[in-house]
Design a protein. Structure first.
Length: 108
């Protein structure tokens, strides 16, 4: 077996809309992990996914909305979002908001 190491900075961005930066770090049938970076005031609008999602905040501050509820989040916080419930993220801070998006199981 070869140990797989992925550096987020060396992974191509999935996003065509700058400054949004989304980089897939891991993807199997079991899970998908995406590293996201949002500039100040940048928003990922409310949307749904057919699988459970959680967000793990690496750096910065923001607001996560799950359904009708909004929560302030900062570094080292995990937020769960059940399947088929609208969710979105906004960078409310002065600096970049970096977080992991983990989808379980991986969407088709």
């Amino acid at each position: 077996m070869v140990i797989q190491v992925t550096e987020w900075k060396n992974t191509p961005s999935l996003s065509k809309a700058a400054p949004l930066d989304a980089r897939e770090l891991y993807h199997t049938t079991h899970a998908q992990v995406i590293h996201m970076s949002l500039s100040p005031d940048e928003v990922i609008p409310l949307h749904t996914t057919p699988v459970d999602v959680f967000f793990y905040i690496l750096e910065g501050t923001g607001e996560v909305q799950i359904g009708e509820e909004k929560k302030f989040v900062d570094t080292e916080v995990l937020v769960e979002s059940p399947a088929n419930i609208p969710h979105g993220v906004k960078n409310t801070g002065k600096y970049t908001l970096r977080f992991l998006v983990v989808k379980v199981p991986s969407p088709a």
